[in-house]
Design a protein around this ligand. Structure first.
Ligand SMILES: [Zn+2]
Length: 264
C-alpha cells in the first residue's frame, strides 16, 4: 500500500518559501503529500493563501482567519473580509484563530475578543474551525464552551499540551492536529505517551512548515526550514507511538482530514 497524506497546516505564504515554492510543492507530492492546506493567519496572508490555492486546484486548499498574534490589527472590516474569503471553494476552514498567551503579541483581552468573533462567524457560516492554543487552555476552552450548541467541526492544531488538556479537548469532540513537535526530544516527548488518548477518528497530522522541523530527521537541512514533504517524519513517529503501520496512520489521518475539511 502506498502512503498518501494530507498536511493540514502549512504556512506556504511564508517568505521562506518565496524562492522555491514550486519545488517545495512538487517534493511534497512526490513523497505522497498529495494535499496541503495553507494556513491563513491574517487577512492579507489569507488572501495570499487563497491566491496560491487557486493555482493548484485539488492539491492546495487554505484557511481564512486571524492568528491571535495578529488580533491587535483586527478592525471593523475584519469579519466581512473573512466572510468574503470563506465564500471561495478553496477556503475549507475558518482560522487559524485562537489564543496564545505564551508570547502575548496581542493583549489577551484583544485576543479573546477576536477569537470569539471568529468562532461566532464560523458557527454562522457552518465552516470548520482551525484553532491555535498556547498557554491559554482554560480561557480557550471556556470561550469555546459558550458556543457549544452551534460549534462546527473543530480542530486544535499543533497540540502541545498535557494529558488533562488533551482529554478536555477530546471530551468536546475536537479533532487534534499533531506536528513535528512530537519528534522533539527536548520538549515533545510527553506527547508520545498521551497520543493513545486521541480516538483514531479524531487524529490529523501537519507540519506547521516552515516551523517545527522534525528533529528525528537524520539529515536536517542547514536552513532549519520545515516543508510539507517532511510530514513523513511526524507520520513515522505517530505510527510508532501507536504501534501501527505508517500506511495505516496515513490512511486514517487522510480520511479524517477529507471528512473534516470536506475535500474530495
Ligand atoms: Zn498555530
Amino acid at each position: 500500500m502506498k502512503k498518501e497524506c494530507i498536511d493540514i497546516g502549512a504556512n506556504l505564504t511564508s517568505p521562506s518559501f518565496h524562492e522555491d515554492l514550486e519545488e517545495v510543492i512538487d517534493r511534497a507530492v512526490i513523497n505522497g503529500i498529495k494535499t496541503m492546506i495553507i494556513t491563513g493567519t491574517s487577512i492579507r496572508a489569507s488572501h495570499e493563501a487563497l491566491e496560491l490555492a487557486k493555482k493548484k486546484p485539488g492539491i492546495l486548499y487554505c484557511t481564512a482567519g486571524v492568528h491571535p498574534h495578529d488580533a491587535r490589527h483586527c478592525n471593523d472590516r475584519t469579519l466581512e473580509s473573512l466572510k468574503c474569503l470563506s465564500e471561495n471553494k478553496e477556503v475549507v476552514a475558518l482560522g487559524e484563530c485562537g489564543l496564545d498567551y505564551n508570547r502575548n503579541f496581542s493583549p489577551p483581552d484583544v485576543q479573546d475578543y477576536w477569537f470569539e468573533a471568529q468562532i461566532e462567524l464560523a458557527c454562522h457560516l457552518k465552516k470548520p474551525l482551525f484553532l491555535h492554543e498556547r498557554d491559554a487552555h482554560n480561557s480557550f476552552l471556556s470561550i469555546l464552551k459558550k458556543h457549544r450548541e452551534k460549534l462546527p467541526q473543530t480542530v486544535v492544531h499543533c497540540f502541545t499540551g498535557n494529558e488533562q488538556e488533551l482529554k478536555a479537548y477530546i471530551s468536546q469532540n475536537f479533532y487534534i492536529g499533531i506536528t513535528g513537535w512530537i519528534c522533539d526530544e527536548r520538549r515533545g516527548v510527553h506527547l508520545r505517551n498521551i497520543l493513545k488518548y486521541i480516538p483514531l477518528d479524531r487524529l490529523m497530522i501537519e507540519t506547521d512548515a516552515p516551523y517545527l522541523l522534525p528533529r528525528t530527521m537524520p539529515r536536517r537541512p542547514a536552513s532549519g526550514r520545515n516543508e510539507p514533504a517532511f510530514l513523513l517524519y511526524t507520520l513515522k513517529m505517530v505510527a510508532s507511538c501507536l504501534k501501527k503501520s505508517e500506511e495505516e496512520i496515513a490512511s486514517i489521518t487522510t480520511e479524517n482530514a477529507k471528512k473534516f475539511f470536506e475535500i474530495p
